[in-house]
Design a binder for this molecule. Structure first.
Ligand code: GA4
Length: 323
């Protein structure tokens, strides 16, 4: 066992993997400017549940502006940041993830997002007049990414030949739909340089929502798990978005984690799109084969979310709804 002489690190699992794990060059890429992008998107969802989007129409500057604001916030004295926490579940969090004992080498801001009209949970630091540039960067970014998610969900319906074309997008764009936005900062950790391992930044998990849109700076760290259970590193690309999708069993939601290698800090921003709490989660009849039964008993997003918050990050959250 490796013992780190830093109390703050004691609780965080170390992962014995080479610092710069092998890069995975086969991440499916969906180019929104190309004909056939709907089919490419469906293929990627079936195969991996994870893909990269290019030519997405979101100006790179929007993400860069928000990233710069986030860096300013995370550079504040710890006590100032903590005025916006602890997350219950929204607010500023440091090392603790969720309510059930998960920890990681990460600090973050979690916002609840309502879609129509767009609004987000307030936090103590956002009330300051000096947070005006943060607020405007956040709003513009959320609006642009919301449009991207809606385009992707329409394209998915097109690729699956589902009518109406907004069958998926309306689930997550309505007044009652529940979005979450997460700004993560994985700080440098110089002590790791000497060890041939990484710290868990964000432990392995699947996202409970329907679609998540991730953008990070150019630091490595994100890994996904392939069907054979092996972990591969996703090469960072600050100009693209990485998409994680879940739809009722036909598409899988990819298991992923973030490692903090200690050398360079990583900043990521993820917008998670969920439906309204009363929405029933069930396979679309159009996607079921003849005589095929759903593997799961019926449940609402509200019930699923409640169960999620009782779980640990790495738990199989769908398992308890199996028939
Ligand atoms: C994983 C995906 C999102 O980051 C998140 C996470 C949430 C949290 O950080 O509060 C959860 C986690 C996530 C699933 C299980 C529960 C809830 C932490 C946790 C242990 C914001 C989300 O919606 O679910």
């Amino acid at each position: 066992m490796v013992v780190l002489a830093d109390e703050a690190l004691d609780q965080i699992p170390l992962i014995r993997s080479p610092k710069h794990g092998s890069n995975f060059s086969d991440i499916p890429v969906v180019d929104l400017s190309m004909p056939g992008s709907a089919e490419a998107l469906v293929g990627a969802c079936e195969e991996l549940g994870f893909f990269k989007v290019v030519n997405h129409g979101v100006p790179v500057e929007l993400a860069q502006r928000l990233e710069a604001e986030a860096i300013k916030f995370f550079a504040l004295p710890q006590l100032d940041k903590e005025k916006s926490g602890p997350p219950n579940p929204f607010g500023y969090g440091n090392k603790t993830i969720g309510p059930n004992g998960d920890v990681g080498w990460v600090e973050y801001l979690l916002f609840a997002i309502t879609s129509a009209p767009l609004s987000y949970t307030s936090m103590s630091f956002l009330e300051e007049p000096s947070a005006c540039s943060f607020r405007s960067a956040l709003k513009e970014y959320l609006l642009a990414v919301r449009k991207l998610a809606s385009d992707l969900l329409r394209l998915m319906a097109e690729g699956l030949k589902i009518e109406p074309r907004d069958a998926f997008s309306r689930l997550v764009m309505g007044e009652q739909s529940e979005g979450i936005f997460r700004l993560n900062h994985y700080p440098k950790c110089p002590i790791l340089e000497k060890l041939n391992c990484s710290l868990t930044g964000f432990g392995e998990h699947t996202d409970p929502q329907i679609i998540s849109v991730l953008r990070s700076n150019s630091s490595t760290g994100l890994q996904i798990s392939l069907k054979d259970g092996s972990w591969v590193a996703v090469p960072p690309d600050q100009e693209s978005f990485f998409i994680n999708v879940l739809t009722n069993g036909r598409f899988r939601s990819v298991r992923h984690r973030v490692l903090a290698n200690g050398l360079k800090s990583r900043v990521s921003m993820i917008y998670f799109f969920g439906p309204p709490p009363v929405e029933r989660i069930a396979p679309l009849p159009q996607l079921m084969g003849e005589g095929e039964q759903s593997k799961y008993r019926e449940f609402t997003w509200g019930e699923y979310k409640k169960a999620s918050y009782k779980s640990r990050l790495s738990d199989d959250r769908l398992g308890q709804f199996e028939k």
